[in-house]
Ligand binder design. Structure first.
Ligand code: SF4
Length: 340
């Protein structure tokens, strides 16, 4: 079966279900692919003997593995389409199959358009992208070499499957080459990844959107300044907090309970009260009832504190920002929160 605009290995899914004789399978899809859910289910049920259960929960990343083994559904496989594996999350308690949705958009024109912008910044270019476009980095590398640049593609840590791949919570593939490059070229949509890339590597970033062929550089610098001002404000307004809520995600790839315990100890040592609060998906509406909490510390997806900041009526900060609140770290040593 075909999904327009993407290359998805459905044959691999069918082969895996048949080979392992899986009977009940949960299918997780990112928002953009949910419109094809019924076609995918029909295809898989017609080609295997499995019953497919579709999860309607948001599936933002490979971290979003639901704890079905706790839910008595008798499920024997989770398939997540649209992301590549986070290796230290895969197959932990239940078999998981990650199937990437590779975009089939041609990136050549977008890269060629970026060449004059790159020339202004330097010759040594670090290349990074998300799972959707990371397979095109070899082609980008070739175009850059033909135009006298020196491209670099880094290896990530144990949460990263593919060379040059970054997650919104993990820039290790960029950090591994940061000292060798003058700047990074990010291939992909959205601002969060290039923003995290700037804040974690401290290098200039040029972003190209393969769909719109839009080049972003100045806008990203402005966004970085705005976000840093917001973070400074969140830290300042957490200084007088007396009660802290430490947020821990139940999703397997975001769960940092040991970090939460350490944070609690740190707050205890400063005579600050704190409570560990868990949820699958955090939002201000589910935390609204915790009225006596003065400040939330998110150990879940780093995007929650940064992207959703304006939705929260109480300050929400990252674990690194808490260190600044407690005078254990200086603002000058600010770091982007990552799950490494
Ligand atoms: S934790 Fe957040 S940034 Fe990391 S993979 Fe999951 S959704 Fe993406």
């Amino acid at each position: 079966m075909d999904i327009p605009g993407y290359s998805i290995d459905f044959e691999k899914i069918v082969k895996t279900i048949k080979k392992e004789k899986y009977k009940r399978v949960v299918l997780q899809l990112p928002e953009g692919l949910k419109t094809y859910a019924s076609q995918i289910v029909e295809f898989l049920e017609n080609n295997t003997k499995a019953t497919i259960i579709v999860s309607a929960d948001p599936c933002f990343g490979a971290c979003d593995i639901t704890n079905y083994e706790l839910k008595n559904f008798d499920v024997d496989l989770i398939i997540q389409i649209g992301h590549v594996s986070i290796p230290d999350v895969e197959n932990l308690c239940i078999a998981t199959l990650f199937v990437n949705a590779k975009s089939d958009i041609n990136i050549s024109n977008a890269v060629k358009k970026a060449l004059p912008f790159l020339k202004e910044k330097g010759k040594k270019i670090g290349l990074v992208s998300t799972s959707q476009h990371v397979h095109t980095l070899k082609k980008v590398e070739k175009i850059l070499i033909e135009n006298s640049f020196q491209p670099f593609i880094g290896e990530g840590d144990s949460r990263i499957s593919l060379k040059g791949q970054i997650l919104g919570c993990n820039f290790s593939a960029a950090l591994s080459i940061a000292k060798q490059v003058d700047l990074f070229l990010y291939l992909g949509s959205g601002n969060f990844h290039p923003l995290g890339l700037m804040l974690s590597t401290k290098k200039p970033v040029i972003a190209i959107d393969p769909y719109t062929i839009e080049i972003r550089e100045k806008e990203l610098e402005e966004l970085k300044d705005l976000i840093l001002r917001q973070r400074y404000g969140a830290i300042a307004s957490s200084k007088d907090a007396k009660k802290f809520g430490i947020l821990v995600s139940m999703k397997r790839g975001q769960q940092r309970i040991n970090l939460a315990y350490k944070i609690k100890q740190m707050l205890d040592s400063k005579n600050k009260k704190s409570y560990i609060i868990t949820a699958e998906n955090f939002s201000y509406s589910i935390l609204e009832g915790f009225r006596d909490i003065d400040c939330f510390i998110s150990t879940a997806c780093p995007r929650i504190a940064i992207d959703d900041y304006l939705q929260y009526k109480k300050p929400i900060i990252t674990p690194i920002e808490l260190e600044i609140v407690l005078d254990k770290r200086k603002w000058e040593d600010y770091r982007f929160d990552q799950i490494l």
